[in-house]
Design a protein around this ligand. Structure first.
Ligand code: LLP
Length: 407
């Protein structure tokens, strides 16, 4: 992104998220193109960045949406994603969410347990509709990623075993209100090795073949998300190799390939800008205190995740090690540890890289801090896509209850 960051900061202030929409386009086209002429749908994982403008941009390119709450389904619809390109996953859906998803007539509801299947069947019966479903299979494959974002092992809460999946398909096939047309797996996030994906695809493709043998026709083969990105010096999987690996495992199957990329699409399309407040030294430790914090970008505090941090307009200056910390009252509130930085002054700007995915969406109001503004850059122009949250925004739902509290 070739941006005049100083101008953007003057215009929008900090902390600030900035997304390069041209970069998102390129990422989408590369992945979609990798599947060539094969039937495929890129269902963007809305959880990674659910700003309406981001979803709208992807919807205009033809993307679908992978959603994990009815809120995300409604965001996708509002942003213009076609209902037949929306899937609803998640390990625990409330009745009201299932009902609304059925009423909205989206492509697939993804089931994660036998109990959930029965709920969906019951609600579909009440509504007198047939629920198009897929079943999330847990292929018990080690994705070789951070344990918090690993999901495809039996020890994780996601999906069902191959055996119970088969039982569920047989049940669903007989049900008047269930139409089992999809199969799904997602083994983890930030995957940088292809072999676990290939292995999982092979296992799930075999299940599809055995279902076919008993008359259950799976039309959607959902490989989940998980494509890793470069935060530091990782070697990542090229979309072309990813697609090739998947296609090699599903030979002979007449299915549409669904993929659910989030991080791949957004992480490196986004940066987070924060201004320096002060510097200080405690003993031998140097701290650069900034106006962005764990409530804005939680990944470093929660996962110990690395995000490259760079000072703007400080090229050539001598650097030393510092921790970049925010104003939140937690020792775990840091954006970077042991970062090489030049001497920083009040109002200097730091760029936190690779912040487009799971950045804003995981932000909170902790310490009554308003959430950041978000800006899109498209063809060299900047567009405000979310206003900075004000104090009034934060207290609105409490103020409206003022009269309830009589003490
Ligand atoms: N599909 C399913 C069913 C998922 O659970 C996820 C992510 C995705 C797709 C998208 O995965 P991606 O392509 O983004 O890897 N907050 C964590 C990441 C949690 C991912 C949860 N599931 C982080 O900041 O690293």
């Amino acid at each position: 992104m070739s941006l005049d960051i100083t101008t953007l900061v003057k215009k929008y202030n900090t902390p600030l998220y900035i997304y390069d929409f041209n970069n998102i386009t390129n990422r989408y086209e590369e992945l979609k193109g990798a599947f060539g002429g094969k039937k495929s749908l890129v269902a963007y994982a809305v959880k990674s960045n659910s700003n309406l403008a981001v979803i709208r941009h992807l919807a205009n390119l033809g993307a679908g949406a992978d959603c994990v709450s009815i809120g995300e389904v409604n965001r996708a619809l509002k942003a213009g994603v076609k209902k037949y390109r929306i899937i609803f996953s998640g390990v625990g859906k409330r009745d009201s969410e299932i009902r609304e998803a059925l009423e909205r007539d989206i492509l697939l509801i993804n089931l994660e347990s036998e109990a959930e299947m029965k709920r969906v069947e019951m609600i579909a019966k009440e509504l007198n509709v047939e629920a198009r479903i897929s079943i999330r299979v847990n292929p018990n494959v080690d994705p070789k990623t951070h344990p918090y974002i690993s999901t495809g092992l039996h020890e994780n809460k996601f999906g069902v075993s191959l055996d119970s999946a088969k039982r569920m398909y047989i049940y669903a096939k007989k049900s008047e209100h269930l139409n089992p047309i999809g199969i799904h797996f997602h083994i983890g996030s930030q995957l940088t090795e292809l072999s676990p994906i290939t292995e999982a695809c092979g296992i799930v493709a075999d299940l599809v073949r055995s279902l076919d043998a008993i008359g259950i026709d799976i039309k959607f083969f959902d490989v989940g998300g998980g494509l890793g990105v470069v935060y530091d010096d990782e070697t990542t999987i090229r979309p072309a190799d990813y697609a090739k690996a998947i296609l090699s495992q599903i030979k002979g199957l007449d299915v549409t390939i669904l993929s659910e990329p989030g991080r791949y699409m957004m992480a490196n399309a986004g940066i987070f800008l924060t201004s320096v407040l002060y510097e200080k030294v405690n003993g031998k430790k140097r701290f650069v205190i900034v106006d962005g914090a764990m409530n804005d970008l939680l990944r470093p505090s929660l996962y110990g995740a690395y995000h490259k941090i760079e000072a703007i307009r400080k090229e050539g200056e001598e650097k030393s090690i510092a921790d970049v910390v925010g104003p939140v009252c937690e020792s775990g509130d840091f954006l970077g540890k042991n970062v090489m930085l030049p001497k920083m002054n009040h109002h200097d700007i730091l760029v936190v890289h690779s912040a487009g995915a799971y950045g804003f969406t995981m932000s909170s109001n902790y310490n009554t801090r308003g959430r950041s503004a978000e800006v899109a850059i498209f063809d060299g122009k900047d567009y405000l896509i979310r206003e900075r949250e004000t104090f009034e925004d934060q207290i609105r739902l409490e103020e409206s209850c003022d009269s309830n509290w009589q003490s």
